[in-house]
Design a protein around this ligand. Structure first.
Ligand SMILES: *Cc1c(COP(=O)(O)O)cnc(C)c1O
Length: 429
């Protein structure tokens, strides 16, 4: 791809898109169609055999959705990508070719609340399991890996506290164990962090968040670096050996660096069905055009708000990794050199009750279970997103009862600070 030599700001506007061949339309059209006419029976057979790449049915591929997948792949520096219906779907789609009954993943304790629930509860229904470890304790990560481990999973900038993962150190452990590292890059976006450059194999996104950026549609994406040798062991038979769900096709042999991507479309989307629709892809394509501009402002605002909070007497702690007081400050410079993101927590004098009063008192911030919007958002994780967790899990996840999470938007920082100031006054009165 020539796109890889272009700058980020160019790729976020152009990658994956060209003037529509039928009409010359400059913006990517919304191909609102479920199916595509075959030229003839031979063409149809070639498509179904994966001998020719083309469009069959929109559960598998759609031109609008493909433009988005190609754009995200280019921004992440991956070989290929697959879009799907949500971030949670992307996590399942990423794990699906790797896992089987009795297999496990080693995951960070610091994850999006819904991911903790998906990994600690729901995947058990498939016979999969997850072992949660503190990713700052590299010996613990090594110790958690066993012969049934098939992947390691963490967030580059971890929800809700904005903790920064040492992606390279964890990638080295994954390499030694012969398993892929999967990074959820939702909070960082490829503008702040490109996990593949730090050794990750797969990158998953909730495109619902910063990539779309305007709080309109849910979506997900899995990007494959295209560098992992699935045949180096017998751990990944779906990719390295004849796949019975695709009449014995050997994906790595046939598709090389695109093996994972083709498997995720031809089997993952075909049989699990968590497809992204073209309308959603359209909104996300529009959002991505301004990703770098928004992320710069998100990061500047987050730093201004975090600096103000840290000095305030009603606040007992701020986790923003862009503050020199953060234990992650130095790591930020190598993992996300352009900024520490816009997601962090702070703790309030008065604990749980004060936090509840605070979220009830904000006027400009919106109290919602979302992040990565142009609007500033606030949530008390312990009573909402991390409510299903035990108090021990809440502490491990960085969602203690006295903590409030902010997702800082692109408004004027002074207005955000003024709103927090008046809400803190009410919460701690
Ligand atoms: C929101 C989010 C998810 C889940 O994505 P959905 O699009 O809501 O399914 C996963 N990981 C992170 C870090 C998120 O912020």
């Amino acid at each position: 791809m020539t796109e890889k030599t272009q700058g980020f700001d160019t790729m976020q506007v152009h990658a994956g898109a060209k003037p529509d061949p039928a009409t010359g339309a400059r913006q990517v059209p919304i191909y609102q169609t479920t199916s595509y006419v075959f030229r003839d029976a031979d063409h149809a057979a070639a498509l179904f055999n994966l001998q020719e790449v083309g469009y069959i049915y929109s559960r598998l591929t759609n031109p609008t959705v493909m433009a988005l997948a190609d754009r995200i792949a280019a921004l992440e520096g991956g070989a290929g990508a697959v879009c799907c219906s949500s971030g949670h779907a992307a996590q399942l789609l990423a794990l699906f070719p790797l896992m089987g009954p009795g297999k496990n993943i080693v995951v960070s304790t610091r994850l999006y609340g819904g991911t903790v629930t998906q990994f600690s509860q729901t995947i058990k229904r498939f016979g999969w399991s997850a072992t949660f470890v503190d990713f700052d304790d590299l010996d613990a990560v090594r110790g958690a890996i066993d012969e049934n481990t098939r992947a390691i999973f963490g967030e580059a900038i971890a929800n809700p506290g904005g903790y920064i993962m040492d992606v390279r150190a964890i990638a080295d452990i994954a390499d030694d164990a012969g398993v892929p590292l999967i990074i959820d890059n939702t909070s960082a976006t490829p503008y702040l962090c490109r996990p593949i450059e730090h050794g990750a194999t797969l990158v998953v996104h909730s495109t619902t968040k910063f990539l779309t950026g305007n709080g309109t549609v849910t979506g997900g994406c899995v990007v494959d670096a295209g560098t992992f040798d699935w045949s180096a062991s017998d751990k990944f038979p779906s990719l390295s050996q004849p796949e019975p769900a695709y009449h014995g096709l050997v994906f790595q042999e046939t598709f090389g660096p695109m093996a994972f991507t083709f498997h995720s479309i031809a089997i993952g989307l075909r049989d699990l069905g968590m497809t992204m629709n073209p309308q959603a892809a359209h909104y996300t394509l529009l959002g991505i055009e301004t990703l770098s501009l928004r992320m710069r402002k998100h990061c500047d605002n987050a730093l201004a708000v975090a600096e103000w909070l840290e000095k305030d007497e009603r606040v007992t702690g701020v986790t923003f990794a862009g503050l020199p007081s953060s234990p992650y400050y130095e790591r930020t410079k190598s993992v996300c050199p352009l900024g520490a993101g816009a997601l962090f927590t702070f703790s309030v004098k008065g604990g749980y009750d004060a936090c509840v009063k605070l979220v009830d008192s904000v006027e400009l911030f919106s109290h919602v279970a979302n992040l990565g919007d142009t609007r500033s958002l606030i949530i008390h994780s312990a009573s909402t997103t991390h409510r299903q967790l035990t108090e021990e899990q809440q502490h491990a996840a960085g969602a203690a009862p006295d903590m409030v999470r902010l997702s800082i938007g692109i408004e004027d920082a002074d207005d955000l600070i003024a709103d927090l100031d008046q809400a803190l006054a009410k919460a701690t009165a």
